[in-house]
Design a binder for this molecule. Structure first.
Ligand code: HEC
Length: 214
């Protein structure tokens, strides 16, 4: 005969087991566990070294078209900025002057950050409407207009972290704190006291002036 009791016990124990698995992820039983797809929708940051850059590619030739269509109305055909919208091109060698012009070319330290920002926030009013390829194309166009890459350079997820931006090192000022020891350009965080070695004593090497010497 079919053992109903065994089956029931099995169902109940597995329910308990599933509950404890999920309960550990949702400690207070609130909300719901985010789906992988939902997490992916939020997880769009691209780091300075290019980590997180989505698969895609684009060059400035293609970028010029799409830029003219969706960006130029505010930022100008050549990134010069219309009215008071921000300029995106030029300003090289202006950063240490009285009127610095901070653009993606003169100021921004990483090309990957330009990608991150544009994909995340532009065009103003229609954020995140660009595809990955369109974003690569536009970033390539901005880099080309800033004379950082050639017109036919194919910008991809693999090389975006390696583009050398003119102001790449402009953010790394020497640490101004007098008590911070700098080792290889970085502030030392632990084991910073260099052990002192006494190599001689004033008494031994006889530098103490004698009294009453005239
Ligand atoms: C409706 C006008 C408008 C359009 C269209 C537009 N932007 Fe912008 N953009 C802005 C404004 C306003 C800001 C400043 C936003 C802020 O500081 O919060 C900005 C800022 C930027 C910046 C940062 C500038 C800086 O150095 O701080 C970049 C890069 C940029 N836009 C690129 C683009 C690109 C690429 C497009 C096309 C895909 C685009 N924008 C379309 C208005 C616009």
């Amino acid at each position: 005969m079919f053992d109903w009791v065994k089956l029931l016990t099995l169902i109940i124990t597995s329910l308990f087991f599933m509950n404890s698995v999920f309960a550990s992820e949702r400690k207070f039983n609130l909300g719901k566990i985010a789906l992988k797809k939902e997490v992916a929708g939020w997880d769009i940051d691209v780091r300075p070294d290019g980590k997180g850059a989505p698969i895609g590619k684009g060059n400035a030739i293609k970028g010029e078209e799409i830029y003219a269509e969706v960006c130029a109305s505010c930022h100008g055909d050549f990134g010069e900025g219309i009215d008071r919208w921000p300029e995106l091109v030029g300003g090289h060698d202006s950063l240490d002057t009285h009127d610095p012009i901070k653009t993606t070319g003169s100021y921004w330290p990483y090309a990957s950050t330009i990608y991150d920002y544009i994909y995340r926030a532009m065009p103003f009013g229609a954020a995140q409407s660009l595809s990955h390829d369109e974003t690569y194309q536009i970033v390539a166009y901005l880099l080309y207009m800033n004379e950082i890459i050639e017109e036919d350079f194919e910008l991809t997820e693999k090389n975006i972290g390696k583009i050398k931006m003119p102001n790449r090192n402009g953010f790394l000022l020497p640490d101004p704190r007098p008590d911070v020891k700098i080792i290889n350009g970085k502030p030392c965080m632990k084991n910073c006291t260099v052990p002192l070695k006494i190599i001689g004593k004033a008494r031994d090497i006889d530098v103490t002036p004698e009294e009453n010497k005239s």
